[in-house]
Design a protein around this ligand. Structure first.
Ligand code: AMP
Ligand code: ZN
Length: 468
């Protein structure tokens, strides 16, 4: 597997350190708001790496992704805002308990990931449940003189104690200037050097998410959470760390300094960053007001997986601009492929089309060149020399990497494309109602379908339908 490593600035050959087990850490969501399809682009990048590892190499993947449910005093631009805790702010606005908010958005994050066929991580540690790990790690850094308690009772990392600070982003300590409000506030409060950062923040007034420590009541900084969790769950060396490009600095630079200072060697073997998704030419972000959610896509009648296909039309290291036209185009292509795959499935079975498999593998191996993989598939779709059975096998195989549910319509008596608007959703809901033995709901849904002209019958293999 070949991927661009942000730290070495080269395309690197990736091999798991531990035999055929790829260990990976993905920075996860901050759960005081919905994740938008920009965030999800970054999570799909991690999923593509996992799927390539599993499907093309036969490796097993151990992925850990954190849930940031405390603090995170940063806005979408990465500039820290003094004293503003977004979770508590959201709690005040919505008049709810901050943990209730966090659990709500965490559940929504899992639903959105499922809608985009992002395979679940092995673990989703929550920051609020890892406080002990975090405090232990901070103590270790204090013992090794990499951290100090400031006059304000907060614990800071001493940036100058870590000589290779800046290796990922190319920033040099001497070039970093005290630029923003938080720096100024912290400098006057007890930070010794502008590039130092808080590992533990002493609690101000009115804080709800506060823990007691030897340094007094407070809450963890954001960067330390990822060091503590990755070291604990993946060990002192792991293969790949992913995140959006905005996390390269300061988040990952600070994480690297913390982890490496604690264990004495490089912890992350490869740093992989995904470029941003834009909308109207600007980075998609809540603060910009240009976010699109998975539910917005579904509400316009598009399959959420059209978003996933749209991501694949660009390379992960390039910015992409989201437009509804592009989503509509991806949606049409998705439906056409599903219909064709279902038709090819009826043909006599045949082995995969090996030259296309070769082209596809090569594209994925070339730093995840998904646009070239999609070109190979478009060629295969049109290639009359390849028997239908071979097309079916090849599309079904490649879908294990693409994750587009291309075989969804195989064996269905009526193609989803022929169903009247809304019927596919009703059929799905009815399937679920029947699985839950909710016969009343199942009957109501059948009536709704009848009124749309879809006649449903139940057989031993589940429901089947005809369109009048
Ligand atoms: P957050 O919930 O803000 O911590 O972000 C979760 C992940 O989404 C991080 O890896 C960010 O780097 C990433 N991210 C945020 N905005 C975008 C965007 N517009 N495009 C792609 N990734 C993003
Ligand atoms: Zn992180």
């Amino acid at each position: 597997m070949r991927l661009t490593d942000t730290r070495t600035r080269r395309v690197e050959e990736i091999r798991p350190e531990r035999s055929r087990r790829l260990t990976m850490y993905a920075c996860g969501p901050t759960v005081y708001r919905s994740q938008h399809v920009g965030n999800l682009r970054t999570f799909v990048l991690g999923d593509l790496i996992s799927r390539c590892a599993e499907t093309l190499h036969g490796w097993s993947v151990e992925l850990v992704q954190n849930i940031t449910d405390v603090g995170h005093l940063a806005d979408d631009t990465g500039i820290e805002l003094a004293g503003e805790d977004k979770l508590l702010l959201a709690a005040r606005e919505e008049n709810r308990d901050p943990f209730e908010i966090a659990r709500f958005y965490e559940a929504q994050f899992h639903e959105d990931c499922a809608a985009l066929n992002i395979k679940p991580a092995a673990r989703y540690p929550r920051a609020s449940e890892c406080i002990e790990l975090i405090v232990d790690l901070i103590s270790r850094l204090m013992d090794k003189q990499h951290a100090y308690v400031g006059a304000d009772g907060s614990v800071y990392f001493d940036a100058r104690s870590f000589p290779s600070y800046g290796a990922i982003s190319g920033n040099r300590l001497e070039d970093l200037r005290a630029g923003h409000r938080q720096d100024a506030a912290e400098l006057s409060a007890g930070k010794r050097f502008h590039a130092d950062w808080a590992l533990w923040k002493s609690a101000g007034a009115n804080r709800q998410m506060v823990w007691d420590t030897a340094w007094g009541p407070g809450f963890p900084g954001w960067h330390i959470e990822c060091s503590a969790m990755s070291l604990h769950y993946l060990g002192e060396t792991f293969d790949i760390h992913t995140g959006g490009i905005d996390l390269r600095f300061p988040h990952h630079e600070d994480e690297r300094a913390q982890s490496e200072s604690a264990v004495g060697h490089e912890v992350v073997r490869h740093w992989v960053h995904g470029e941003h998704l834009l909308a109207d030419g600007r980075k998609m972000a809540k603060s910009t007001g240009n976010v699109v959610l998975v539910r917005d896509v579904a509400e316009r009648g598009f399959d959420p997986l059209a978003v996933r296909l749209f991501y694949l039309t660009g390379r992960y290291r390039q910015q992409m601009n989201l437009t509804w036209d592009a989503i509509a185009g991806a949606d049409r292509r998705l439906r056409r492929w599903r219909t064709k795959v279902a038709a090819w499935a009826e043909a006599p079975s045949a082995a995969m089309a090996e030259d296309y498999v070769g082209r596809l593998r090569e594209a994925f191996e070339d730093d995840l060149d998904t646009p070239t993989a999609l070109v190979a598939l478009a060629d295969l779709e049109k290639d009359d020399a390849v028997p239908a059975g071979a097309k079916f096998e090849t599309f079904a195989w490649v879908d294990r990497v693409l994750g587009l549910d291309l075989v969804r319509d195989v064996g269905k008596p009526v193609m989803a494309a022929e169903l009247p608007d809304g019927a596919a959703d009703l059929l799905q809901r009815r399937e679920r109602a029947r699985a839950a033995k909710d016969w009343a709901a199942s009957d109501t849904l059948r009536d709704e379908l009848t009124s749309l002209g879809v006649a449903v019958t139940d057989g031993p293999d589940g429901q089947t339908w005809t369109v009048s």
